[in-house]
Design a protein around this ligand. Sequence first.
Ligand SMILES: [Fe+2]
Length: 322
Amino acid sequence: MTIPIIDFRSKDCVNQMYDAYTTVGFAVFQNVYDEWLDDFTKWKILMEEFFLLPTDVKKLNTYSGVTENLGYNWLEEERLTPTMPGDLKESYNWVSPDRMQEEYWPREFGKPRFKPQAQKIERIARLLSYEFLYKFEEMFSLPKGFLVEKHVDGSATMRMIHYPKWEGEVKEGQLRGGSHTDYGSITLLWRFDDVGGLQVENRETGEWEDVPVVENSIVLNVADMFSRWSNGILKSTNHRVINTDMAQSRYSMPYFVDPGRDVMIENFTNQPDKFEPISAYEYLKWRLAQSYNDDTYIENQEISKEGEQYLNTILPIPSKKV
Ligand SMILES: [Fe+2]
């Protein structure tokens, strides 16, 4: 198994995507956002400056907790694999202007360009996520806009991650990001000056495969809910980030895309149904409950955090009926 590299502008893109997502679950895309490369270069500089701030300053924009899932998260606070030590990374989360809470912008940073540029980067990512969804529609001969429409009022979270150069002790089993699958529809991932480290599990052999480093590319993976929506045809695959080179920092930026809470997740293929229809909200509730019972996920902070986050914010619990 190799992780395919696909030219987003090629005529054959949808076919190549079909091959990639029905087998590997991951692909690397080139020529996706060339018109905005400048914005990402500017953003990389701001991102580095932000993470270079003293920890006590960054902590002024500290993580909101799972309810809002916004702001800054310090190293080792999060662990993707429960039995392992915390992950070697720090991150900052933000969302579209209509859902972002003002107090989680880094007020003490002293860079007025940070907030507008962060919002622009989120907008670009949102537009690109629709471009990808159009391609998934084409892949399954769905009416144009079928999937996009279901994500317009959905939710998405942008997260920038810094895996710092690390001279301290690396505890046994400690990774930069433990093994997991994503929850929602699709995840778009930017990597900056990448030193490698992202790996995808081979679905047949269980071996870990490196995701190739390609400049100015996007890695896109299918997440659990989208896999179910496609009647299991599209694959949501385990991935992790290993410590390839601890002498260098690594920056990455995933964009997690989800449908609206009331969207029905029901087989959009022409194959016989493998799963019951379920709303996005009910699915995530079920998925969270399942993760508590699953041995490999038991006490998995990341899964429970992300699950609660979906249930509480992205898919807010409806107020009680009177
Ligand atoms: Fe992930």
